[in-house]
Write a protein that binds this ligand. Structure first.
Ligand code: HEC
Length: 143
């Protein structure tokens, strides 16, 4: 199925406002991408991920019902990976997107390019954001 992923970036004097849209025949989900601290995985998670994955990460955010694919329960990553937190996998998912069979059919945004736009002149900012997001996810794993 054809789906268009839109990313708009507007750089103002003091603020960066971006939005990510999942545009489907049946629904439209827009995630506003506001400025956050690269050092706070929790702040980034609450702003960028909670709309779909829920504040608690369990997959029941307000936008979840509009998606074709249900957001993953992010508190179960250790369990799914036989007791070990899959850091490398999560970093790759955030950088390049999820590896679903038909490329482009996922409702999960590819965050690399979006996070990269936040500090275009500082490539380390993007890696720091991705790494801190992954570290935050590690802290919300179910015991
Ligand atoms: C527009 C809704 C949406 C947003 C926003 C979103 N996700 Fe997702 N995410 C999904 C959906 C749907 C899936 C499950 C389908 C898939 O794997 O493609 C998913 C899957 C995942 C997975 C599981 C990948 C795997 O291989 O098991 C991770 C990790 C993840 N998201 C992290 C995040 C993080 C971190 C953020 C915020 C930076 C985020 N997501 C923002 C919808 C979203």
């Amino acid at each position: 199925m054809l789906k268009r992923l839109l990313l708009t970036a507007m750089v103002g004097c003091f603020t960066v406002t971006m939005s990510y849209a999942v545009d489907q025949s049946t629904s439209k989900v827009i995630i506003p991408v506001n400025r956050t601290a690269a050092t706070s995985g929790q702040q980034m998670f609450t702003s960028y991920c909670a709309p779909c994955h829920g504040v608690d990460g369990r997959g029941h955010g307000p936008a979840a019902s509009s998606l074709r694919t249900q957001p993953t329960d992010l508190t179960g990553l250790i369990k799914k990976n036989h007791g070990k937190y899959p850091d490398t996998h999560i970093v790759a998912v955030l950088q390049f997107g999820t590896d679903v069979p038909s490329h482009g059919s996922a409702d999960m945004p590819v965050w690399g390019p979006i996070l990269g736009k936040m500090s275009p002149t500082n490539p380390q900012d993007k890696s720091l954001r991705i790494s801190n997001l992954s570290r935050y996810l590690e802290t919300i794993q179910a015991k």
